[in-house]
Design a protein. Structure first.
Lengths: 594, 379
C-alpha cells in the first residue's frame, strides 16, 4: 500500500505540467495569429514577389514615312543574345564561350555586361544583337551546358535610305547612365533611345509604351504559367513633310561636296528637303557600333555628324542683300530709280571695299544691283542705313534666333549690332563693319534654314513661317513681319530677274517655270590679292549660296543650297536648286511663264 | 462503481465482461484526435508532395494502416508485462542503435535508417519508446517522495546511453528529444528544487566551458547559425524565411487546398516532413492552424486524464513519458515552423510524412490506451 501512497504524490504534480503544456500551446497559437493575421498582408506580398516575375515586353518603335507615304525607317527582326547571370556557374567562362561563338572581342561583351551591372542578377541582360542564324543554332545546341543564355527576337532600325536621310532622321543609341539618373522617359539599362534627328525629337511618340508579362515562376526561376499580360503599345508612326525624291536629288548632288540643301513650303513651313554633306550611315548605329567605328566618324574631316542645315552657321554673302534692299526701300534710304556708280571698288571710311566684279558694274539702280549682285551699291546703302536699322530688318526676317523647327537642335546664328558688339564681343563697333554686313559678310551668321525662312518671307508676301518636318503637327500660323508688301514685291521682281534675265542666278533657270532667287558667295578668307577660287586651297575657297523660290506669283517651294568652299554661288549652288525644281515640277502642273 | 462490481460478480465470464465494459470506458478521444490529425496529415502530405515525382499519399496511407495495427497490438499487450521485459527491450533498442551506426543507410548526412527487406526503420523512434518504458520501470520502483541524487543519476544514465548513440549518427535534434522525456518523468516522480537549480547551473557552466575552452571556431560558428539563421541566407535562413512567408501568406482563411504558392512552387523545403505544418498553415490559414492545435490539445488532455486515473506508478510514469515525447515534438515543430525556435530536424507527430515515426507515435497512443484499459483489470 506504500505504492498507492506514492501514486498520489505523482498525481499532484501532473496538473502543473498540463498547465505548462497548454500555456506553451496557446503561446505558439498566438505566434501564428501574429504572423498570419496581423502580419499576413506583408507575408502575402512576399509570397507574391516570390512567385511572380515581371518580364518587360518591348514595344515596336513607330515607323517613319515621307509625305507621299514612302517608308523611310523600318523595323527588321533581329536575334538578341541575353544572359541570365544567376544561372551561370561562372560568368567569365560564359563570356568566353559567347565571345568565341560570336567571334567578337571578349572585352566588348564584358563592357556590355558591365554597363548593365545595376540590373538584378536574375534579370536576363542584353549581351549582343543581330546574331546570325548559325550563331543562334550554336547557342541552342549548347543550351544544356550553358543554360544562362537566352535568345529572343528583337527589332533593329533599318534606315532604308541610309546616308541620304541620316541627318534628318537621326539614329538610336543605348540610354546613358545619365538618362537613367535623370529619369527622363521610361528607360531601363540597355534600352535604346533616339540620339539625334527625328528619332530624338519625337522619341516619346516613336517609342510607344513598354508592356509587361507577369509570369509565375518556381523556386528555380522556371516559368510555370502566365499570370497576366499587359501588352506593349506600339510607337506612333510618323509622317514627315519630307519629299524623298527631292531629298535624293539633293543628297546625290551634294555627294562628295561639303554643304547643305533645304527646301520648304513658304506657305506653311513644311520642310521637303533637308540634306547635309558629308554624311554617315545610320544603319551602323542600329547595330551598336563599336568604339573604333565611332572614333572614325568623330574624327572624319568636315564632321559628318553635323546637320549643316541647322547646326552650322555661315556668312550669308550676297543672299543677304534681300534684307538690305527691303530695309533700304522701307526706310526710304533709297528709291528704285536712284543709281550708284560701280567701278569695281570704292573707298568708304578710308578703306577700300571691292566689288566682286572687278571690272565694275557701271551705273546701277537697285533692281540692277540685285540682279547683278553689285557690292558697291550695297556698300553705300548699308552706310546710309547704319547697323541698327539693318539689324532691325534682319530680325523681322527671322535672323538671329531659332526658327522654331520642330526637330530642335538649331543654332540661332548672329545678327550683330552695337549692343552685341559692346556686350558680347566687348569691343566697339567699327563703321567699316557695317559696310561688310551690308553684303552679308562680317560677324553676321545664319543657318541655311534661316535663309530659307527669310526667302519665304519674300515669297509669301511678308509672313514668317515656322518650319516643321513632321506632317502630322498642325502648322503654326505664320507670324506677320509688318514688312511693306510693296518693298517685298519690288525685291521679288528683282529676284526673278536674277534667274531669268541673265543675272547671277541664270544657272538655276528651269525652262517653263518661273523661279526667283539670289546667289551668294561668302568669303571664308580675306584675300589680299585677287586669286581665282580654283587656285585657292580648298579650306580657303568661298562658300557658294543659292536661295530661290518659285513658281511664279504663288511660290510653293523655297530652295536654299550651300556648297562650302564651292566658290561662286552661281557655279556650284544654283545647279542643284534647278535640279530640285525640275524634279519638283516633274509631278506637278507646269505653270505658264508670265 | 457498486453496480459495476455486481455485474462482474454475476457474470459467468467475469473477465471478458469486465474487459468489454472497460473498453467502453477507455479515453477513445485520444485515438480519435490522433486519427483526425493523421487524416489531416494525409491530405497535407498529398498537397506537399504534389510537385514531387511521386505522390506520397498512398505510401503514407499504408504506413498509417500499419501504425493502426501496431496501435491495436500495443493496446492489447499488458503494460505490466511490457515493464517486466523493459530491460531486454531497452537493450535491444541500444543494439539496434549500434547496428545503425555501422549498417545504416546514409541519408541527409546521418546514418539513422536500417533497411530490413523493403521496410525502412529508424531505430531512434523505437529507442525513445524503449527508454520511456525502461525509465518507467526503474522509477516506478523508487519508493520515495523525492528522488535522490543516485536515482536521478541512474535515470540520467539510462537516457544518456541511447541519446549518445543517436547523437553519433549524427542526429542531434533526435538526441535532444530524449531530454524532455527524462525531464517530465523525473518531475512527475518528484525532484527537489535544489536539484533543478543545480542542473540548470550545471548546464550553464558546462555550456560556457565548452564554448570557451573546448569548441573550435567552426563549431562555434555552427552554434551561432543555429541561433541566428539569418546569418546563413542560403541554408537555415532560407528555410526559415520561406517557412514564415508560407505561414504568413496563409492569413486567416488560407490560400486554399493545393493552392499554396510557397508549397506548390517548391519555395518551401522539407515541406512533406519537417515543414508540413507550414504547408497546412499556408493552405488553410490560421483557422487550419487553430484546428490542429486544438486537436493536439484534445490529444494531450485525454492523455493526461489517462495518467491521472492510472492505477500504479509504472502506468502513470509510462503515460507521462510517452506524452512528453510526443508533446515536445509538437511544441518544438510548430514553434520552429513559425520561427520561434531554431530549425532542426524534428517532425510533427501524426502529420509529417514518415514510417517508423508514425508507427512509433501510434504504438505510444496504443500503450497509453492500454494503461487506461487495464486500470480495472490490474488491481
Amino acid at each position: 500500500m506504500e505504492v498507492r501512497e506514492h501514486r498520489e504524490e505523482l498525481l499532484k504534480r501532473i496538473p502543473a505540467l498540463r498547465i505548462s503544456f497548454l500555456t506553451l500551446l496557446v503561446a505558439i497559437g498566438a505566434a501564428y495569429w501574429f504572423v498570419q493575421v496581423i502580419r499576413g498582408e506583408y507575408y502575402r506580398e512576399l509570397a507574391e514577389n516570390n512567385r511572380l516575375r515581371r518580364i518587360p515586353v518591348q514595344p515596336i518603335r513607330g515607323l517613319i514615312f515621307d509625305r507621299e507615304g514612302r517608308l523611310l525607317v523600318d523595323n527588321v527582326p533581329s536575334y538578341n543574345l541575353r544572359i541570365d547571370r544567376s544561372r551561370s556557374a561562372d560568368v567569365d567562362r560564359s563570356l568566353r564561350f559567347a565571345a568565341e561563338t560570336l567571334e567578337r572581342p571578349l572585352e566588348e561583351l564584358a563592357a556590355q555586361l558591365d554597363r548593365q551591372a545595376s540590373a538584378p542578377v536574375f534579370t536576363p541582360v542584353l549581351l549582343a544583337e543581330s546574331l546570325s542564324l548559325s550563331q543562334v543554332a550554336r547557342f541552342s545546341t549548347a543550351a544544356l551546358e550553358h543554360p544562362e543564355f537566352e535568345i529572343d527576337v528583337g527589332h533593329l532600325r533599318l534606315y532604308r535610305h541610309g546616308p541620304m536621310t541620316a541627318h534628318l532622321l537621326g539614329y538610336l543609341g543605348e540610354v546613358t547612365e545619365q538618362d537613367l539618373r535623370e529619369g527622363k522617359g521610361d528607360y531601363r539599362p540597355g534600352d535604346l533611345r533616339g540620339k539625334r534627328g527625328i528619332e530624338r525629337a519625337f522619341d516619346g511618340e516613336l517609342q510607344g509604351e513598354r508592356g509587361q508579362r507577369q509570369v509565375i515562376v518556381d523556386s528555380r526561376g522556371r516559368v510555370r504559367d502566365d499570370f497576366a499580360t499587359h501588352p506593349a503599345r506600339p510607337g506612333r508612326n510618323l509622317r514627315l513633310e519630307l519629299d524623298l525624291e527631292l531629298q535624293q536629288v539633293a543628297a546625290r548632288y551634294l555627294g562628295e561636296r561639303v554643304g547643305a540643301a533645304v527646301a520648304l513650303d513658304p506657305r506653311d513651313g513644311a520642310v521637303l528637303v533637308m540634306a547635309s554633306s558629308p554624311t554617315y550611315n545610320p544603319n551602323l548605329f542600329a547595330r551598336r557600333l563599336d568604339r573604333s567605328e565611332w572614333q572614325r566618324l568623330v574624327e572624319a574631316p568636315h564632321d559628318p555628324l553635323q546637320n549643316r542645315v541647322i547646326q552650322n552657321t555661315f556668312a550669308p554673302g550676297s543672299v543677304y542683300k534681300v534684307v538690305v534692299a527691303v530695309a533700304g526701300l522701307m526706310d526710304r534710304a533709297v528709291s528704285p530709280s536712284e543709281t550708284v556708280y560701280c567701278g569695281g571698288a570704292t573707298r568708304i571710311y578710308n578703306r577700300r571695299f571691292r566689288c566682286w566684279y572687278r571690272a565694275g558694274h557701271g551705273r546701277v539702280n537697285l533692281r540692277e544691283a540685285i540682279k547683278r549682285s553689285c557690292d558697291v551699291y550695297f556698300y553705300y546703302l548699308g552706310q546710309k542705313l547704319g547697323i541698327t536699322r539693318i539689324a532691325h530688318y534682319s530680325r523681322l526676317f527671322g535672323l538671329g534666333r531659332e526658327t522654331g523647327l520642330d526637330l530642335g537642335g538649331e543654332r540661332a546664328g548672329l545678327v550683330p549690332d552695337l549692343e552685341w558688339s559692346l556686350g558680347v564681343r566687348g569691343s566697339t563697333w567699327y563703321p567699316g563693319e557695317t559696310i561688310s554686313v551690308a553684303i552679308g559678310q562680317g560677324p553676321l551668321l545664319v543657318t541655311p534654314l534661316q535663309v530659307a525662312t527669310m526667302m519665304a518671307v519674300v515669297a509669301n508676301g511678308g509672313h514668317l513661317v515656322t518650319p516643321r518636318v513632321l506632317a502630322s503637327s498642325p502648322p503654326a500660323p505664320p507670324r506677320e513681319t509688318g514688312l511693306d508688301p510693296e518693298a517685298l514685291a519690288f525685291v521679288d521682281e528683282a529676284l526673278w530677274a536674277v534667274v531669268n534675265e541673265a543675272g547671277t542666278g541664270a544657272a538655276a533657270k528651269v525652262p517653263g517655270f518661273d523661279i526667283a532667287g539670289k546667289t551668294g558667295t561668302a568669303q571664308v578668307f580675306e584675300q589680299k590679292t585677287w586669286l581665282d577660287n580654283e587656285d585657292l586651297p580648298f579650306e580657303k575657297r568661298d562658300h557658294a549660296w543659292f536661295a530661290a523660290y518659285g513658281p511664279g506669283d504663288d511660290p510653293t517651294l523655297v530652295v536654299v543650297v550651300l556648297v562650302q568652299h564651292g566658290g561662286e554661288g552661281s557655279r556650284q549652288a544654283a545647279p542643284l536648286a534647278r535640279m530640285i525644281y525640275e524634279k519638283y515640277f516633274d509631278d506637278r502642273q507646269p505653270v505658264a511663264p508670265s | 462503481m457498486r453496480s459495476t462490481s455486481t455485474i462482474a460478480s454475476l457474470s459467468p465470464l467475469p473477465d471478458e465482461r469486465l474487459a468489454f465494459r472497460s473498453l467502453a470506458n477507455v479515453r477513445w478521444g485520444l485515438l480519435v484526435a490522433a486519427l483526425l490529425l493523421s487524416l489531416i496529415g494525409l491530405a497535407t502530405v498529398h498537397s506537399a508532395s504534389l510537385e514531387l515525382q511521386v505522390d506520397y499519399l498512398p505510401r503514407q496511407s499504408v504506413r498509417l494502416a500499419i501504425a493502426l495495427v501496431a496501435c491495436a497490438i500495443a493496446l492489447s499487450v499488458d503494460y505490466q508485462l511490457l515493464t517486466k521485459f523493459a530491460l531486454p527491450i531497452y537493450l535491444t533498442s541500444l543494439v539496434l542503435l549500434v547496428v545503425v551506426l555501422f549498417a545504416g543507410r546514409q541519408a541527409g548526412g546521418a546514418r539513422s535508417w536500417l533497411e530490413i527487406g523493403a521496410a525502412q526503420l529508424q531505430p531512434s523512434d523505437f529507442a525513445k519508446l524503449a527508454t520511456t518504458l525502461m525509465l518507467a520501470r526503474y522509477l516506478a520502483n523508487v519508493n520515495r517522495r523525492y528522488l535522490g541524487v543516485r536515482q536521478i543519476l541512474a535515470a540520467g544514465g539510462l537516457t544518456a546511453a541511447p541519446m549518445v548513440l543517436v547523437a553519433l549518427e549524427p542526429d542531434l535534434g533526435g538526441a535532444a528529444m530524449f531530454v524532455p522525456i527524462l525531464g517530465v518523468m523525473l518531475l512527475v516522480c518528484g525532484v527537489r528544487w535544489r536539484f533543478v537549480l543545480g542542473a540548470a547551473i550545471a548546464v550553464l557552466l558546462v555550456g560556457t566551458g565548452l564554448w570557451f575552452f573546448v569548441m573550435m571556431d567552426y563549431q562555434r560558428q555552427r552554434v551561432q547559425t543555429y541561433f541566428s539563421p539569418e546569418s546563413e541566407p542560403l541554408g537555415a535562413g532560407y528555410q526559415l524565411r520561406q517557412s514564415k512567408i508560407a505561414v504568413g501568406s496563409g492569413q486567416l482563411d488560407g490560400r486554399g487546398y493545393l493552392q499554396g504558392t510557397q508549397s506548390q512552387l517548391r519555395f518551401l523545403p522539407a515541406r512533406h516532413t519537417d515543414f508540413i505544418f507550414a504547408v497546412l498553415a499556408e493552405e488553410w490559414g490560421f483557422l487550419g492552424v487553430a484546428t490542429v492545435l486544438v486537436l493536439y490539445a484534445a490529444f494531450f488532455l485525454n492523455g493526461i486524464k489517462v495518467a491521472m486515473r492510472g492505477r500504479d506508478r509504472a502506468g502513470i510514469l509510462l503515460v507521462m513519458g510517452l506524452m512528453a515525447g510526443i508533446g515536445f515534438h509538437v511544441l518544438y515543430n510548430t514553434a520552429m515552423v513559425v520561427g520561434l525556435v531554431p530549425i532542426t530536424g524534428i517532425p510533427l507527430p501524426f502529420l509529417s510524412y514518415g514510417g517508423s515515426f508514425t508507427v512509433a507515435n501510434f504504438v505510444a497512443t496504443g500503450m497509453i490506451l492500454g494503461v487506461d484499459f487495464r486500470r480495472y483489470v490490474n488491481r
